[in-house]
Design a protein around this ligand. Sequence first.
Ligand code: DGJ
Length: 708
Amino acid sequence: MSATEVIRIDAGGWGLSWAADEEGRLHQLGLGVEGHDVSVDVAPRWYPSTFPTLDGTDPFRPPPLQITHADGTLSTRLALRAVERDTIDGGEHVVVRTGDELTGLAVEHHARTHSASGVLEQWVEVHHDESGPVTLLAYDSIAPFLLVADDAEVCHFGGSGWADEWRWSTDPLVIGTTVLGNLGGIQPHLQRSPCLLVSPDGPSSDDAGTVIGLSVCWGGNAHFSLDVRPTAEPAAPRELRLRAGANPLGAPYRLEPGVRFVTPSVAWTWSTAGRDRVTASFHDWARARILRDPDERRMIVANNWEATFFDFDEARITGLIDGAADIGAEVFLLDDGWFGTELPRDDDTQGLGDWEPDERKLPGGLGPLVDAATDAGIRFGIWVEPEMVNPRSVLHRTHPEWVVRDRRDPREHRNQLLLDPLRAQVRDFEVDVVTQTLARAPGTSYVKWDANRPVTDPGSATLPADRQANLWVDLVHATWDVMARATAAHPDVEMMLCASGGGRVDFGTLRWFHEFWTSDNTDPVARVRMQWACSHFFPASTMAAHVTRWGGRPLDFASAVALSGRFGLDVDLDALTDAEREVLRRAVTVARRTQDVVQSGSVHRYVSPVEGPDRSRAAWSVGGIGGRTILFAYQLEHSSTPPPLLVLRGLRAGAACRVTTFDLTGDGCDVVETLDVAQLAEGLPWPLSEPLTARVWEIAELDAGDDR
Ligand code: DGJ
């Protein structure tokens, strides 16, 4: 390629351009809305480096790729070798091949476009034929360079850990390096989601401003590193180098000659119309590229976990199954505690790993429960945690060597240890846990796959001493291999991804699952804020939301919150008053009626529960399916500001609408009125004043089609 030939990647409404300098080193010419359409006006070497590698182009910032070569050389100097382009699934797959002449190391930049959604996936592949292994000390997937305003902002999502997922923070992009990362290996997203929103031009809103949305598609430790420097430019006074990918902290990777190291894909998009556009892009891309069965309505799940915990028997479960069917649920999910014969799983201290049904609790095994569900006209689902073992188990007694550990006695978390999936036998065992469990309960069509501890005392007997740290990366690939095999063997089984709650919510792992358990925190007040944040990236069809008793909130309010996700229930159905049963029946009816829109529609947000001086209210709508929109409003706490008007977006101009206000109390009637869009566009008055109240409307455009 000539020095002025530009590599253009058009991501659909935005993109990027790279060009090589006279030595072949890649530079970033353009990025953003017109970024794929720039030409070279000065020599490429004057543009920022695309991917610094201690090659002299950007010596003052941490490099996205840092490698110690087999002979001890610390620098890597990559020159462009070739560019290949393929059309695939209506988009492009661009491979930019570079190589280091001195060491023989090859680095490929991969980009996959999906122009319909505007999401670009990028990752890097490294391989070499050096005289021995090289060590990768940093291995990011992208490292774009931007000029940003001095009031540029970043929104990130993370709290204190368990039951505090998706806590929203908006912070200024401060000078220096900010690392937003997670650790823990198995359930890193309990602390911090691998998703980020950057507003490079200053504060953005739901429907205005430039926003870059990013998501690291990785089931292990991930990070975003934001390196901000001042410049003399008055219009764009700061430089940002944004690195994103797997978190290399404590995880230097030793790579053998001839082996390919593939970084996680980072999916990202660029909106000039605020955050709702980022949401639309991620949802459309996820439906096209990631989600399993994206066009199927997700079933209404009734779970027994918060109703019984470990304390149940066959009669109690069959009673709950009947109760679930009675209120209209479609799947009954039997959670933890059904297994362990010699060391029964009566609490979390023992039995994990011993996957035979506990004969004391379930003398007939799982079969009678599947039969009870079938007789009641609903499906049966079951909980497993295939990757884990209690030291007090037959499995651990038989295979004490199967766990992840170093030379120390491994520390227990939740009284359990992690099985080492780098062992082929362990991978086979884990696949078998799913297969055997389904075989013990023929007809089961839903599985909740849980994982309840992080990696500690990292180490694997399968790895030599000088590459124990490879565990952090290899563990993810080995676990994905297990998930791929287990789900391929049972393609008709619906899968829920869980890790102590939302510890594994990433687009990489989601490929094998239909949905995830968003958080163990089901207090509806907390859940409104979590679901608000999570839904910026993940569609409601994936975001499991159950009505529970957590927080002691009114059941109609809890129901209204669950209705905005993948609706389900986890309450003791035997302990309901008649009035409560009516509330749940009503919620199930509304869920059935609204699910197609909620799970697949376009999201518009109006009142934020996580930003601004008053976070006591929330409102958003999901719409565009068959001309229908579902609008949610929540009063979470007492308000300190005047009530807002709800000025709806996404409705077709000129249409007349049938507006149904759902009664969720179970003792009233829905209110139906006809309004025209102009009336709605003037704004609906805020309908709530008391904390812990909610309103759910359906707005149906009369004579409308599906215009999503
Ligand atoms: C953690 C999950 O998040 C819960 O929903 C439940 O399945 C428990 N594990 C069971 O041990």
